[in-house]
Design a binder for this molecule. Structure first.
Ligand code: ZN
Length: 323
């Protein structure tokens, strides 16, 4: 019997073409190379299959972003601008094209989950997406990959109730903006407290508005928080909230910048923590979604720690049940 269950990884060497201006930018092509090399040489190599993404079609992207923004992003890239909206968001000629390819990874992954090819899909993509607002690039993010995937799952495959769990060190302001008034998409984010951390949103009091009241859960953690606090948040708050919501599909915004070695946050998670997160995510997916789970890479900037943490996460996800 296999030690780990199969995992489908959606990725493409083309993601390396999104050039963020050279060695000083933390969101660099070497991130995906580090993940690929770590996984290829480790215990998951035998159960990993790799599938190519497609470019997200415009009809799916505009479910989250107005066309005016897409024209502006495309024009900025093709005209040779170095960044869009803020110098953090470095771009190159290929960035609009590659952003569409990053958004499309989730769509390919969802199709595979719905066709029964896989239960566990991990999208190893860049640029990341959870800070991207509908009409504003932010925090290295150009298109909201997770948001576009959630709308696709609803509109293409009829899964109405979607849970998004985000344990990147930073609050996913863009995902919150997209869905804070939507009762059918439950966004849960665990992040470093916004008083101390980018982007300054994600307070407990932000809990949804209008018809979406109650389907937004922000769990800020104080700087220095380690494994114990996040695991307690998962068991005491996330697991019961998901059980009440009864999702038909689950997406994880998987960011690895809460690692103690990652200086993009003041959180202090261990590498092993991510294995525990994987076990919890897989258990919730099994309980509510017949095991189907889509994970999409967000942050993570310490190359070695991130690659090791991704491996731990996937090992936790794919551990045989009952083990
Ligand atoms: Zn982050």
């Amino acid at each position: 019997m296999a030690r780990f269950r199969p995992i489908c990884m959606v990725t493409d060497p083309l993601y390396l073409k999104h050039d963020t201006g050279g060695g000083a930018h933390p969101e660099c092509p070497a991130r995906l190379r580090a993940i690929a090399e770590k996984l290829a040489s480790g215990p998951l190599a035998a159960v990993l299959s790799t599938v190519a993404p497609r470019r997200a079609e415009r009809s799916w992207i505009i479910a989250c972003h107005p066309e005016e923004y897409l024209f502006r992003l495309e024009e900025a890239a093709l005209s040779g601008r170095a960044f869009i909206d803020h110098p953090d968001n470095q771009i190159c000629f290929d960035s609009f094209d590659i952003a569409q390819l990053a958004a499309g990874a989730g769509l390919v992954g969802i199709d595979r989950l719905e066709e029964g090819h896989d239960e566990l899909v991990f999208c190893s993509v860049r640029p990341p997406g959870h800070h991207a607002e509908p009409a504003l690039a932010l925090g290295f993010c150009l298109l909201n990959n997770v948001g576009i995937a959630a709308r696709y799952w609803q509109n293409r495959h009829g899964r109405k109730k979607i849970a998004i769990i985000d344990w990147d060190a930073h609050h996913g302001n863009g995902i919150q903006t997209l869905f804070e008034e939507d009762p059918d998409i439950f966004y849960i984010s665990i992040h470093e407290h916004p008083t101390f951390s980018f982007p300054g949103t994600g307070y407990v009091e932000e809990c949804g508005s209008g018809r979406g009241a109650g389907t937004l859960l922000n769990i800020p953690l104080p700087p220095g928080s380690g494994d114990e606090l996040i695991l307690r948040a998962i068991t005491d708050q996330v697991v019961p909230a998901i059980a009440r919501f009864q999702p038909e599909a689950m997406i994880v915004a998987a960011g690895f910048d809460g690692h103690v070695l990652d200086d993009m946050s003041g959180l202090a998670y261990s590498t092993e923590l991510y294995g525990q997160l994987g076990v919890h995510m897989a258990a919730m997916a099994r309980e509510h979604c017949q095991g189907r789970l889509l994970s999409i890479l967000e942050g993570g900037y310490h190359l070695e720690a991130m690659a090791a943490s991704v491996e731990q996460y996937l090992m936790g996800l794919s551990a045989p049940f009952g083990a």
